[in-house]
Design a protein. Structure first.
Length: 116
C-alpha cells in the first residue's frame, strides 16, 4: 500500500513539473518582437596621465612609468608597467617625461597614446 501511494504521488509530481515546463514556453512576449537581447558589456575606462619612463621592455611589450594620481580610474601615484606597441615606443627612452592616455582592463593598463 505504501509503495503504491509513493508511486502515485511521485507520478503526480513529475507530471505537474512537465505541465509547468510546457506552460512557460508559451510566455507572452508582447511588444518585444524584433528586440535584440544583448549582454551588457562593461566599458573599459580611459584616462590621461603624465609620468616618467623608468623602464622599457620591447620583448614583453611594456613600458614602466612612474605617474601621478589618476582620478579618472581612482589610482594613487605609483610606478607600474603598461602594455605598449612597438610603434608607440619609437623615439622614447628611459628618463623621458611623457604624457599618455591609457585604457584599463582587469586592473591592467594598456597605452592608447604616449608622447614626450
Amino acid at each position: 500500500m505504501k509503495l503504491t501511494l509513493i508511486t502515485v504521488a511521485s507520478t503526480a509530481v513529475v507530471l505537474s513539473f512537465a505541465a509547468h515546463a510546457q506552460d512557460t514556453s508559451a510566455m507572452k512576449m508582447d511588444g518585444m518582437e524584433g528586440m535584440e537581447m544583448k549582454q551588457e558589456s562593461k566599458q573599459m575606462a580611459v584616462a590621461n596621465a603624465e609620468g616618467t619612463i623608468k623602464a622599457i621592455d620591447p620583448a614583453k611589450h611594456t613600458v614602466t612609468l612612474a605617474h601621478g594620481a589618476v582620478p579618472a580610474v581612482q589610482w594613487p601615484p605609483m610606478t607600474m608597467a603598461f602594455s605598449v606597441s612597438d610603434d608607440q615606443l619609437a623615439g622614447l627612452k628611459v628618463g623621458d617625461r611623457v604624457s599618455f592616455t591609457f585604457r584599463v582592463e582587469g586592473g591592467k593598463g594598456t597605452i592608447v597614446s604616449i608622447k614626450k
